[in-house]
Each structure stands twice: as structure tokens, then as C-alpha cells.
Design a protein around this ligand. Structure first.
Ligand SMILES: [Zn+2]
Length: 119
């Protein structure tokens, strides 16, 4: 960088620093990525690396979010991860610990219990 230490030389120095960081983050545009990385089948991740740099990483896309079996709402508390990562995860981290956890959303679960009690 231009400066050393924690001295601020002018007003808006922090903004200027952020701008330089942003320019550095665009450094990947200088080179053409390998042909296998040019398709959008892989997702792109801007990862901060040591030296105040940002590098572009390519990762496999995640599966879609789990949905409620009744209303189709996105289920909360369920990680959106690849199967190999889900396999090494604890059961309690994969779904909420309540009746129909990981199958129904909390609203549908409540309604189902109420319906069952009224039968
Ligand atoms: Zn639901």
C-alpha cells in the first residue's frame, strides 16, 4: 500500500482504501479463466486471501433448499449443503428437533397437531 502504520493522511482515506481493495478484487479479470471454468455450472466465490487480496474461487453449486411437504415454504434450520457434507454432519444439525422437523414447516406442524386433536 501507499501508507505505512495507522496514520490517516487525508479525509476519506478509508473510502480510498476500500476502493483500492475493490480494484485489487478485479485483478482476476486480467487473465482469462481456463475453458472448463468458463461455464456457469460452477458457482463463483470471491474469497479474501492473505495480503488484502480477493481471489476468485470456483465451487460446485449447492442443491436447492428443502421445502415444506404441505405448503411448499422453504424450511428453516436445514443447511443447504452437498450430500457428502450432509453425511458428516450431526443429525441434530440437519433438521429442527420437533415433530415433523425437516418435513413440515412450523406453521403446518402446528395445524396438523391441532387437526389431529380435534378429530
Ligand atoms: Zn408448510
Amino acid at each position: 500500500m501507499l501508507t505505512s502504520g495507522k496514520t490517516k493522511f487525508f479525509l476519506g482515506y478509508e473510502i480510498f482504501k476500500d476502493f483500492i481493495t475493490f480494484l485489487n478484487s478485479l485483478a482476476f479479470l486480467k487473465g482469462m479463466p481456463a475453458p472448463r471454468l468458463r461455464s456457469r455450472s460452477l458457482r463463483r466465490i470471491f474469497r479474501k486471501v492473505p495480503g488484502n487480496r480477493v481471489s476468485l474461487h470456483y465451487k460446485k453449486r449447492k442443491p436447492p433448499a428443502a421445502r415444506c411437504g404441505n405448503c411448499g415454504a422453504v424450511l428453516k434450520g436445514i443447511p443447504r449443503e452437498l450430500p457428502f457434507r450432509m453425511r458428516s454432519m450431526a443429525k441434530t444439525k440437519k433438521r429442527p428437533e420437533r415433530p415433523f422437523g425437516g418435513i413440515l414447516c412450523s406453521r403446518c406442524m402446528r395445524q396438523k397437531i391441532i387437526d389431529k386433536a380435534r378429530q
